[in-house]
Write a protein that binds this ligand. Sequence first.
Ligand SMILES: [Zn+2]
Length: 59
Amino acid sequence: MADVTQSLLAAGFVETVFHCPSCGLGGTSLSRPTQLLDRTCADCNEPVVSTVLDRFSRG
Ligand SMILES: [Zn+2]
């Protein structure tokens, strides 16, 4: 994992998987939890579905 990712996670960011129901665009990104509710697709600007990954939560 890159150091910058570690830093972002330590700063309260979470890794999320997003998927756009409208055009099918999907991927992963690091986001602040407070920003997840109003995420929109970079392609078509429709609301996207975001799921927080918890693979970093160990123990
Ligand atoms: Zn889209």
